[in-house]
Design a protein around this ligand. Structure first.
Ligand code: SF4
Length: 529
């Protein structure tokens, strides 16, 4: 076994011990839609009718699980209420009643037609339903895709100035799928045509080298942890290669967004290339990059297996950090006790609590969403009952068009909102106020608290950003400043501002900026003709 000579002795000893433990790989057994009936008949007491409905939902939403999830994570004695069961098996209510009865009756018609025709009809029905489910939220296609030398980088998103998201082609799936996944469309036939993905490593390094504002790269997917170590070497080696050192010095942090600690912890213990992967992380660390695993944990039950604990321990031995994040989901983790327990357990295992998200406005949102006010109450209650070291967590946060917006507080009829990340970093400086709305579940449902404003302060700039034809992360200070000056100048003269909307084709529409008494107010107000 090759050991990097720079590793200290204690570390080396632990790695040797671990290598003995991880010499017998555990076989990954993949379960898909066709396994649902037999799995549920074998493990649960669900009625035949419920099983049919779950199968119907799986025609629209992707399903994938594996032997670890089925045998070690789901508590079958607690099904249908078990959180991991709800997390992984499509739930009947994820389909709206009309869609459910359409799919069920089509499933029934299978007895009277040949299999190929039946499958084709189900496929078309599913495509029809998916079209109404907002498959690509938060203008990912229009405003996030960066370009270099006029060429768009299809497998990357550059929304925030410091961070580039990269979607390796080989990571377009996960060890298991989450029912609430906001990238669900990527795993379906409709979405697969629209996937973000790239395997162009030289384009990636060239882009990072020429965008000095970038400090972080986030590998995401699907789940990039499904990639073999050989593939990881292809993507990571150039980032730490001595010959690229000068060009990529500004790249400080390598992030890996993954749910593998929940869905396949053997990736770090028993897979035949587990040790090699850990050594690669360690080499990134030794090359001067901060490595952080952005681990997706939805419920404390995911942290309770010895397999998960062992994987966490081994990752941390490489010098990498693990930060945790998850959305708050009705019926799975919408209880402050769950979050208190989860953050406390995480800190005990050396994980840094990072984000509580609001479920995004896509897919089966009607089933999983809960009001922002409720999410805020749960967050506040949970965070007040953990130690200071767990209060690194932020939220509840919406990843929406302008950035990550968090509910910071509620006073009387006001909701206090603030950016935690923004397309224009300047926006992060100012908290802003919305009218209290107890039913609102997303930023779009909220209106400014000040009744003289018809949109929030960032809206005009956000609309104008669409004009530039580059991802918002690529916008330089000069571009942002000239844009703001332009808005203010127009507002002073009460002149119309042209706004372009990218919506398939370019469309031009005129808006007037309200002529208020000072520049600040001018940037807040607008009226449309
Ligand atoms: S692990 Fe992430 S990308 Fe994969 S299904 Fe779950 S939420 Fe989606």
């Amino acid at each position: 076994m090759l050991i990097n000579p720079q590793i200290n002795n204690t570390f080396r000893l632990l790695l040797y011990t671990d290598t003995i433990m991880s010499t017998s790989p555990i076989k990954f057994v993949n379960y898909t839609k066709s396994s649902i009936s037999s799995l549920l008949k074998k493990h649960s007491n669900l009625s035949a009718n419920t099983i049919k409905q779950i199968q119907a939902a799986s025609h629209v939403y992707p399903f994938r699980a594996n032997n670890y999830v089925v045998e070690k994570l789901i508590d079958w004695s607690n099904v249908p209420n078990d959180p991991i069961f709800k997390l992984t098996f499509p739930q009947p209510e994820m389909l709206l009643p009309g869609d459910m009865s359409d799919v069920l009756s089509l499933m029934k018609r299978g007895q009277s037609m040949d299999e190929t025709t039946h499958r084709e009809l189900l496929r078309r029905q599913a495509i029809q339903i998916r079209k109404n489910l907002n498959p690509h939220p938060a203008k990912q296609k229009e405003m996030n895709v960066p370009s270099i030398n006029g060429e768009r980088i299809a497998g990357a998103q550059h929304k925030y100035r410091e961070t580039l998201l990269f979607f390796p082609s080989e990571a377009q799936w996960c060890h298991s799928y989450c029912t609430y996944c906001f990238r669900w469309a990527q795993f379906t036939e409709v979405g697969s045509e629209q996937q973000f993905k790239s395997k162009d490593v030289s384009q990636l390094t060239q882009y990072i080298a020429s965008n000095k504002q970038l400090t972080d790269i986030l590998f995401t997917g699907g789940d990039p942890a499904v990639m073999k170590t050989k593939m990881w070497q292809k993507y990571l080696e150039p980032l730490i290669d001595e010959s690229n050192k000068h060009d990529l010095e500004h790249l400080n942090t390598i992030r890996i967004g993954t749910k593998s600690l929940t869905y396949w912890p053997y990736r770090y213990t028993h897979n035949d290339d587990a040790d090699d992967f850990l050594r690669l992380l360690e080499r990134c660390k030794l090359a001067g990059k901060h490595v952080t695993i952005q681990a997706h944990f939805t419920h404390p039950q995911e942290l309770e297996t010895p397999e998960c604990e062992e994987a966490i321990r081994r990752i941390r031995m490489t010098g990498a950090n693990i930060r945790s994040q998850a959305p708050i989901i009705r019926g799975i983790n919408d209880d402050s006790d769950i979050w208190t327990d989860m953050w406390t357990k995480q800190v005990g295992l050396g994980i840094i609590p990072y984000y509580m998200f609001i479920e995004r406005d896509t897919g089966p949102k009607h089933y999983f969403e809960l009001p922002l006010v409720r999410a805020y109450e749960i967050f506040k209650d949970a965070v007040s009952r953990v130690s200071g070291v767990a209060r690194t967590v932020r939220g509840p946060s919406m990843s929406c068009d302008p950035g990550k917006v968090s509910v910071m507080g509620i006073i009387n009829d006001m909701m206090i909102l603030q950016f935690l990340q923004a397309r224009n970093p300047e926006w992060m400086k100012a908290p802003f106020l919305a009218k209290l709305d107890k039913n609102a579940t997303w930023l779009d449902d909220l209106v400014p608290h000040n009744e003289y404003e018809d949109s929030f302060f960032y809206q005009q700039e956000l609309d104008q950003m669409l004009d530039y034809g580059v991802s918002s992360g690529q916008m330089t200070n000069e571009m942002l400043m000239s844009h703001q000056d332009l808005m203010i100048a127009h507002a002073k003269k009460n002149k119309p501002v042209l706004r372009y909307k990218v919506n398939g084709a370019h469309k031009k529409e005129q808006i007037y900026v309200v002529d208020n008494e000072n520049d600040n107010k001018m940037r807040h107000g607008k009226s449309k003709f």
